[in-house]
Design a binder for this molecule. Structure first.
Ligand code: CTP
Length: 406
């Protein structure tokens, strides 16, 4: 990304303060920023703080003669390599979707010939409003890329989806858009499972686990960056949808299996989801109630389908490469190799998830990479993005017919 220029349009939302962090972290990676504030954006961060950090004038007013004399707004919109709108408010998104151009920010957005990435941030109800949903679909159809928003607690004391993506997530999306295209997987198709599943007990309760989806989402994103057409089948997670990936949201293991099968045929399948092994035998239609003297209800469980095994053992449309993960506590290699054989997959990335390793839900992984042909390799502790990059490089080499057969 070094040497690339970002035109950062800061909309009016409390999340605007995160732009300062975005600029700093982006500069560490060699990005240069030029900032534009909407009138309401200027209520949250000052042009002075943006100008001081970016080392360039921060622009605010469409009709400033000096600005027009120094640099025309058309030129401003074209000189960057990428336009980033963060926070993208409901109002800005609506104006963009409608093609309005009544201030500097919206004029630049209409005039630019560069990719546009938006990081929406708003109240969860505004995000879920049919008008915003419509505008988002319009913007995506127009080729605008979207990062976030994330679920969580909001500054307005409500909870739901609407928090702006974190600066490192926005930078990840910027990186994906600016990276020199390694198209080693162009023309290839992939399916990735990610996150936990939720198995309903009754309308309000479920069985699940703490999987964050970080590793699976990073793999889906990296496959897409390498040019693959990727379907990500994700259980409920806080991770934003990766840019350039078709994400299918599911809850249960049964739904995950159907969505994975609907994505076939693919060249490669990566099963990174922490699928619940069991589900309640029957889901009660009414909420289970405590009954005086009756004691706790007995929960009868049945086994869920094994998605990895089902894919690996298909007679038709078996992906050329089926990759699983193994989470073990102790005796890693023996257990993971046995699992690889039992499931019938080609490669297995095994992790020790013993308490204290911090792998589950954490940012890094220490992988033991196993192949069905007997290959075994210990990778150093890597962040999950780097694990994804190594894995995707191997996938590309293998699909090209090079090595990695152990
Ligand atoms: N997996 C799957 N469907 C399941 C269970 C697991 O696709 N119903 C996949 C996971 O995505 C992972 C691999 O299988 O790639 C290993 O999952 P894990 O839960 O570690 O293995 P299990 O088969 O459940 O074995 P155990 O619980 O005995 O460790």
């Amino acid at each position: 990304m070094a040497g690339k220029r970002v035109l950062l349009i800061v909309g009016g939302g409390i999340a605007a303060y995160k732009c300062l962090e975005l600029i700093r972290r982006g500069q560490e990676r060699g990005l240069a920023f030029r900032c534009v504030l909407t009138a309401s954006g200027a209520q949250f961060v000052t042009p002075l703080s943006l100008a001081s950090l970016s080392g360039d004038k921060a622009f605010t007013d469409l009709f400033s003669l000096t600005d027009e004399a120094e640099i025309g707004h058309i030129r401003l919109s074209r000189e960057a390599d990428l336009v980033v709108v963060a926070p993208a408010t409901a109002d800005l998104m609506a104006k963009m979707a409608a093609g309005m151009a009544d201030d500097l920010a919206t004029t630049l957005l209409l005039a630019t010939d560069k990719p546009v990435l938006i990081a929406p941030a708003m109240n969860p109800r505004m995000w879920g409003h049919p008008a915003t949903v419509r505008n988002l679909a319009r913007l995506r159809a127009d080729g605008v890329r979207v990062v976030g928003p994330n679920p969580g607690d909001m500054a307005c004391h409500e909870t739901g989806s609407g928090r702006m993506a974190e600066p490192h997530e926005i930078l990840g999306a910027i990186e994906a858009l600016l990276a020199p295209a390694d198209r080693s997987l162009a023309g290839r198709r992939a399916v990735v499972t990610s996150g936990p599943t939720r198995e309903a007990i009754d309308p309000v309760r479920y069985l699940s686990n703490h999987s964050s989806g970080r590793q699976g989402h990073a793999i889906a994103r990296t496959l897409a960056e390498a040019g693959a057409e990727v379907t990500l089948v994700s259980g409920p997670v806080r991770e934003p949808e990766p840019v350039g990936v078709r994400t299918v949201h599911v809850e249960s293991a049964l739904d995950m299996l159907s969505a994975v099968e609907a994505a076939l045929p693919v060249d490669v399948a990566v099963c990174a989801a922490a699928v619940a092994d069991w589900r309640p035998a029957a889901v009660t239609r009414r909420k289970l109630k405590k009954e005086e003297g009756a004691g706790p209800p007995a929960l009868e469980l049945v086994e869920n389908p094994d998605i990895l095994r089902t894919l690996a053992r298909r007679d038709t449309h078996r992906p050329e490469l089926v990759i699983g993960f193994a989470a073990e506590t102790g005796d890693l290699e023996a257990k993971a190799r046995a699992k690889l054989a039992r499931k019938g997959c080609d490669w297995m990335l095994a992790n020790d998830v013993s308490p204290g390793t911090g792998v589950f839900g954490g940012a890094s992984n220490r992988v033991l990479f196993l192949t069905v042909e007997g290959g075994s390799e210990r990778w150093p502790e890597l962040d999950k993005g780097e694990v994804a990059r190594r894995l995707v490089a191997r996938i590309a080499a293998r699909l090209r017919g090079e090595g990695d057969r152990g």
